[in-house]
Design a protein around this ligand. Structure first.
Ligand code: ADP
Length: 404
């Protein structure tokens, strides 16, 4: 059985999934696993396709001290205990910089280029690249594919792609990239099945998870995003600040004496829902909290989704459908209901029963703008890209690659 391994590596966890390739390139999810607690309390957990447990093991800290070690442990488990030898590995890589508008087959040259983007995503890119390098060294013949969170947005027009800064800085790569592209791409692919009448139209997708952003999609293509140069911009997130006057950053440095790394830590880890509420970064905890600051944080989140919907509707010059996805978007009927109220002026009327039942279409029959809940699947997207590059390596590697 041919299999594809999908890897999503962060600073303290490596998530992985195994897909089997069957028939005419159909993909079936076989294993969903992760090693978390890297460098603190490492633990391998994995489940089968119906959630059945396959592994739950703790490791001593020195056995899984970093991401490459975690990759080796997961790889050994798959090979030695399950006899799984993937035909290719697909990786989630947060930043493709200005160069990559599509997934790419990895070689040492590509790794070198992607390392240049570490400064654009210092908290993510090095961890994404670590397992790629480990596999490249240990299994040089095994095809690996990098799939970028920025790629789906690379066709934004110049107005959406620029900041109002001198052109030279844009040429250096200071651009509004946008993120969560694999999620938006998956939703754009699902739309013709879920909502054929509007799939060719103007759609706002709200990817509301721990990281949250919204994207404007026109005829299946991304035209605008609430995120920009980094995954900090736009909506307030679990711990990330979202849209912020850059003057605040100057103030923190000049008046509060914060160092660059303190400011970075602060903006990524101590703001957003966590900073606002002082209670939690987790929407479930906020929803069940009695603390008025938790209620305020939720209200703020909903308000900002509404504001950004207005911005994206302006970019699209109208609105034909609205889609909720990711942890909060897929699971919280109450947040969806509140956002629905904020979108009433755009022509949204939710159906309370369908919304509470987590139906696929949650708007009322007479809502001018239909509203959908579509569970995202970034890993399937990565597996599909990896398979299509295996089958047709030249097309993707050369033709769609853009060099700035
Ligand atoms: P990420 O992939 O960015 O880590 P997820 O897409 O898994 O994030 O979303 C995590 C968020 O979704 C958390 O804030 C969590 O509280 C929220 N969430 C998950 N289930 C629910 C639920 N039933 N009600 C409200 N929020 C939920």
């Amino acid at each position: 059985m041919d299999t594809i391994l999908v890897v999503n590596a962060g600073s303290s966890s490596v998530k992985f999934q195994v897909f089997s390739v069957e028939g005419e390139g159909n993909l079936y999810r076989r294993i969903k696993g992760q090693i978390d607690g890297i460098g603190s309390r490492p633990r391998l957990r994995a489940n089968g396709p119906n959630g059945e447990p396959m592994a739950d093991r703790a490791y001593p800290i020195e056995a899984v001290a970093d991401v490459p070690a975690a990759m080796s442990v997961a790889g050994a488990w798959l090979r030695e205990e399950l006899n799984i030898n993937p035909v290719a590995v697909g990786h989630r890589v947060v930043h493709g910089g200005p160069d990559y508008a599509n997934p790419v087959l990895i070689d040492h040259g590509v790794v070198g280029r992607l390392e240049r983007y570490i400064s654009l995503a210092p908290l993510h890119q090095p961890h994404n690249l670590a397992p790629i390098k480990t596999i490249l060294n240990n299994f040089p013949a095994l095809p690996q594919v990098a799939c970028f969170d920025t790629a789906f947005h690379r066709d934004h027009n110049a107005l959406a792609d620029h900041y109002a800064i001198p052109y030279q800085l844009h040429a250096e790569g200071i651009r509004r990239y946008g993120f969560h592209g694999l999620s938006y791409e998956y939703i754009a692919k699902r739309l013709p099945q879920v909502a054929p009448d509007v799939a060719g139209g103007r759609v706002i997708v709200a990817h509301l998870g721990s990281g949250a952003s919204m994207g404007a999609i026109k005829n299946g293509k991304s035209v605008e995003s609430t995120m920009g140069f980094t995954a900090l911009d736009g909506l307030a997130m679990g711990t990330r600040v979202g849209q912020l006057d850059p003057g605040v950053v100057l103030y923190l440095i000049a008046e509060k004496g914060m160092s660059i790394s303190k400011v970075q830590d602060f903006l990524y880890r101590d703001c957003g829902l966590k900073g606002l509420s002082g209670v939690s970064n987790d929407m479930r905890e906020l929803e069940s909290s009695e603390d008025p600051r938790a209620a305020f944080a939720i209200e703020y989140f909903v308000y900002r989704v509404g504001l950004h919907a207005g911005m994206l509707a302006a970019a699209l010059q109208g609105l034909d459908a609205f889609v909720f996805t990711a942890g909060i978007g897929e699971n919280s009927a109450s947040i969806r209901a509140r956002i629905g109220e904020r979108l009433a002026w755009l022509g949204v009327v939710l159906d309370p029963g369908e919304n509470a039942g987590h139906a696929s279409r949650i708007s009322r029959f007479d809502s001018r703008v239909p509203v959908y809940v579509i569970p995202t699947d970034e890993e399937l997207m990565i597996a599909q890209h990896t398979l299509s590059l295996l089958v047709n390596p030249k097309t993707h590697d050369q033709k769609h690659e853009r060099v700035s």
